[in-house]
Design a protein around this ligand. Structure first.
Ligand SMILES: [Zn+2]
Length: 316
């Protein structure tokens, strides 16, 4: 998400009730739990580094396709999109019966459909563009490509643990979906958790990730009162594991160092009736962050960190 466009107000740093310590603590506990779970699930092979820490596979099952800098490409054969679940979840696994919706931000074809994506949709509190093109690095690596890559990696990791995973789009539609439909897909799936994956487009020197939590909104079709608390829990765990696995620091330009920001102006959150957060994984316009975001190995860590946060939330 780049904070450009008529309706986007740069988020006002909010003092999260729980400071960096909470995120750090959130970083520790679930990891050990997940490490054990994953170790159990993937059968404790040589994948792990023996530290007892989470040993999620370091790279997705290899597949053909244009190699990225880690030489591997997330599973090339994208599963059918939102309206259908991906391959049926394995019979067992710690996440059996859990539904996770991943919302890869933007769509690689959005720029071809300016009139469609600029059409306004109702987000309860006001009207906003259907969708936006997203940002890119100075070298042209697009946010829309980044979000799909991370989403595919997350899907593989979560399915390995038995979750049913749905994507809101998989570059298999001409544009969008619009922000209201993105929320609706999670709601209709009765998702146990939804994460919208993005990367920011802010000034050079602005670095780090932040997780966006829904604020309390009750206007029109929007009513987030029931999801504010569970979404904060989900968000803190995602932020905690993201720090632990990627080593990235929380944003140095929003969120007061906590890596957590609360917003009331995003349709994807306002219209959600299930626990949901957005994550801005880094700043594509900062050369140091861009070096991470364009690295397949780092994107695997990002996917692992977000997935571990989701698992920790689902396992309570
Ligand atoms: Zn975005």
């Amino acid at each position: 998400m780049s904070y450009v466009g008529p309706d986007f107000e740069p988020p006002q740093p909010r003092r999260s009730r729980r400071g960096p310590l909470t995120v750090a603590l959130a970083a520790l506990v679930p990891g050990a739990l997940l490490g054990w779970l994953v170790y159990e699930t993937v059968g404790g092979s040589g994948d792990g580094d023996g530290s007892g820490q989470a040993t999620v596979r370091s790279s997705p099952p290899s597949a053909s396709g244009a190699p990225t800098d880690d030489g591997k490409e997330p599973s090339a054969s994208p599963a059918p999109t939102a309206s259908s679940t991906s391959a049926p979840a394995p019979a067992s696994g710690p996440l059996k019966g859990k539904v996770v919706v991943i919302d890869p931000g933007h769509n690689p074809e959005n720029f071809q459909h300016p009139s469609e994506i600029n059409r306004k949709v109702n987000i309860g509190t006001n009207w906003k563009e259907c969708d936006t093109t997203g940002t890119s690095t100075n070298d042209g690596y697009t946010e829309a490509k980044f979000t799909l890559d991370v989403a595919h990696r997350m899907r593989t990791l979560l399915e390995e643990q038995g979750a049913t995973v749905k994507l809101t789009q998989d570059a298999d539609r001409p544009y969008g979906p619009c922000v209201d439909e993105r929320a609706r897909i999670g709601n209709e799936a009765k998702a146990d958790a939804v994460v919208s994956v993005h990367a920011d487009g802010s000034g050079a020197g602005n670095r780090g990730f932040h997780v966006i939590l829904p604020g309390t909104v009750h206007a029109g079709a929007a009513d987030t009162r029931a999801i504010v608390a569970p979404s904060r829990d989900l968000g803190e765990r995602v932020a905690g594991r993201f720090v632990a696995v990627t080593g990235s620091a929380p944003s140095n330009y929003v969120g007061d160092g906590s890596g957590l920001v609360t917003r009331k102006d995003l349709g994807g959150l306002n219209l959600s009736t299930v626990p949901k957060v957005f994550i801005e994984c880094g700043n594509m316009r900062d050369s140091k962050d861009a070096a991470l975001l364009t690295s397949g190995a780092w994107r695997q860590k990002a996917a692992q960190g977000i997935s571990e946060g989701i698992v920790s939330f689902l396992r309570g």
